[in-house]
Design a protein around this ligand. Structure first.
Ligand SMILES: [Zn+2]
Ligand SMILES: [Zn+2]
Length: 342
């Protein structure tokens, strides 16, 4: 099985052909998130360069996208070393190989993008080439070759994120108004207090820059907040008077928020939109309390990511404490079976 991955680099792609690989210059990663940056990446497989719509919200000249066609299992070796550190405990890498494979097979059946199956960034799954990989990642993918999670005869849509903050979330807080029976809200004490040593082992370098992901605090002056919301939404709310959480999901993540301004009031959702509109990049999560002071707002929050499905830090701690990958998978995806995909 071969997967086509779209890698967004810059308006015009620069690449260097090597013997069996190619290097893409200035690949943009973490697009729109707080770790947004550029790096050179090296890939195996074939490369095609095509025009793609400008990623800016405002549009503009078309960009180019690098489309890399590669064997699915080789793709997974890179994905698990990009999402988490390839030196993570083996059982975490195996669990990740299974969920990344399940998710990718579904995306190949029903692509998320035009012209390729998945993108290489956090929007789909991180795929940062060969340079973060090692033989342990290859071992984890080989040990779980072809294995996927199934529920009721279908391959599961295995969503995941960095840290739940203490409780995982359900589907409808983040995406469509449906119940996905295997994505339920469960308590996760595993990510409560990971030691700095574990975090150094399981997170890639740029993720280690994020220190306060389990409990965090953001303060804005009223002026700053009004400017951020105006820029991110493109709507002039005037001065922001209040932020009112109307609906919270099972973990506490807000999925309906009322923004009250002197010129405009609007109810927004779901969790990602709330995170995007209330930050210059993106808030760690939508699980936060709001404290309104006369001239500023304080958001006190928990967790990093949408919270639905597997908690990567929690799963890493489970693995480091001796749990097998099957146990990790059944903890975060309820009543699922591990099977070989046809
Ligand atoms: Zn994507
Ligand atoms: Zn957790």
């Amino acid at each position: 099985m071969e997967i086509r991955v779209g890698i967004l680099t810059a308006p015009k792609i620069e690449f260097e052909q090597k013997e069996d690989t190619f290097v893409l210059k200035n690949v943009r990663i973490g697009i729109g998130f707080h770790w947004d940056r550029h790096e050179d990446q090296e890939f195996a497989g074939t490369l095609e360069i095509k025009p793609t719509p400008n990623p800016s919200l405002k549009g503009g000249e078309p960009w180019q996208v690098a489309i890399n066609t590669i064997d699915l299992e080789d793709y997974l070796c890179s994905v698990i070393s990009s999402e988490m550190n390839a030196n993570s405990p083996m059982e975490l890498l195996k669990a990740h190989a299974v969920i990344s494979r399940s998710w990718a097979i579904r995306a190949m059946q029903k692509p998320n993008h035009e012209g390729f199956h998945v993108c290489a960034d956090d929007h789909c799954q991180r795929y940062e080439g060969l340079r973060r990989m090692n033989e342990r990642a290859v071992e984890a993918v080989n040990a779980t070759r072809g294995q996927v999670l199934m529920y009721d005869g279908e391959i599961c849509d295995c969503r995941y994120y960095k840290c739940c903050g203490g409780r995982t979330e359900i589907w409808r807080t983040c995406w469509e108004d449906i119940d996905v029976p295997y994505i339920q809200s469960v308590t996760c004490d595993w990510c409560k207090n990971p030691s700095p040593k574990i975090l150094r082992l399981v997170l890639n370098d740029y993720d280690q820059e994020t220190k306060d992901f389990r409990n965090w605090k953001v303060s804005y002056t009223t002026e700053e907040l009004s400017e951020i919301i105006r820029t991110k939404s493109g709507i002039d709310f005037g001065e922001i008077i209040d932020l009112v959480p109307l609906k919270r999901g099972a973990s506490g993540r807000i999925y309906e928020l009322k923004i009250v301004g002197t010129k405009h009031t609007e109810i927004i959702g779901k969790e990602l939109k709330i995170r995007l509109w209330l930050s210059r990049s993106c808030l760690y999560s939508s699980w936060f309390e709001i404290k309104k002071e006369p001239s500023f707002f304080v958001l006190t929050g928990h967790g990093w990511g949408h919270g639905a499905g597997l908690c990567q830090i929690g799963a890493a701690v489970m693995a480091s404490e001796g749990h097998k990958y099957e146990e990790i998978l059944s903890y975060y995806y309820l009543n699922t079976q591990l099977m070989i995909a046809d």
